[in-house]
Design a protein around this ligand. Structure first.
Ligand code: C5P
Length: 218
């Protein structure tokens, strides 16, 4: 582990999308690439933290040096998050599917010429809200808010609703190029208000966030 202001700290980071199975060969997912979460894990390692990195099937490879836990579904991600012990900071950058398929099939669904499959959904656990409400809540919990409209307003409400300390909010409208891109344009929302960060690389957003965490922990 590196020396640095986060030496001795254990930080949990969730990242990437989740895949929710329809049958053994099909799933629903979202466009998260895992780039921002991965950059955050790397920046935290650079400042000396021990990082538990719980990731769904992302496009990017996990940084060397993390305690890596690979998962597919939201339920598996929750299990992995709850298995992490003695976490000082939790950063929830994963784009967790809100719903899973309630009537997922054990076998590949076949075309039978008689009609189309009908998918039923059920709600996934909210990992961030669950952690925030738990007895073992980390001292600092950072959530993300991917919005396509009223970013600050929605994210401010989300911070309260989920019970986290900070929210990193961004506009993921397709026109911004943020989802899957290398840059991000974020607003950091805390109990004190909101801080508009200039558009910069996701690695720079990660570095700034990691440094801010180090300051907050003292
Ligand atoms: O409600 P929304 O999905 O916009 O909230 C985003 C934040 O909540 C992110 O930090 C995300 O990682 C987290 N989240 C979660 N579990 C869910 C849904 C969202 O941890 N099921």
């Amino acid at each position: 582990l590196n020396d640095g202001p986060l030496k001795g700290r254990h930080i949990l980071v969730t990242s990437g999308p989740t895949h929710e199975p329809i049958d053994p060969v099909r799933y629903i997912a979202n466009r998260s690439s895992g780039t921002q979460g991965t950059a955050i894990a790397r920046a935290l390692l650079g400042l000396g933290a021990r990082v538990t990195f719980v990731t769904g099937p992302a496009d990017v490879v996990a940084p060397m040096g993390v305690d890596l836990v690979k998962v597919q579904t939201a339920e598996q991600m929750l299990d992995a998050v709850q298995a992490a012990q003695d976490v000082d900071v939790g950063i929830f950058a994963a784009a967790v599917a809100d719903w899973r398929i309630a009537n997922a099939s054990d076998q590949k669904i076949k075309k039978d010429g008689k009609g189309f499959p009908v998918l039923e959904f059920s709600e996934n656990p909210d990992i961030l809200a669950t952690v925030c409400a738990s007895k073992t809540r980390p001292a600092l919990v950072v959530g993300f808010a991917a919005e396509t409209q009223n970013v600050v307003e929605n994210a401010t409400a989300k911070r309260k609703r989920k019970g986290c300390d900070w929210i990193v909010a961004n506009d993921v409208s397709p026109s911004t190029g943020i989802m899957g891109g290398s840059e991000n344009d974020v607003v950091l929302i805390t109990a004190e208000g909101s801080e508009d960060w200039p558009r910069m690389g996701k690695d720079q957003v990660a570095q700034r966030l990691a440094e801010k965490i180090a300051v907050a922990l003292g």
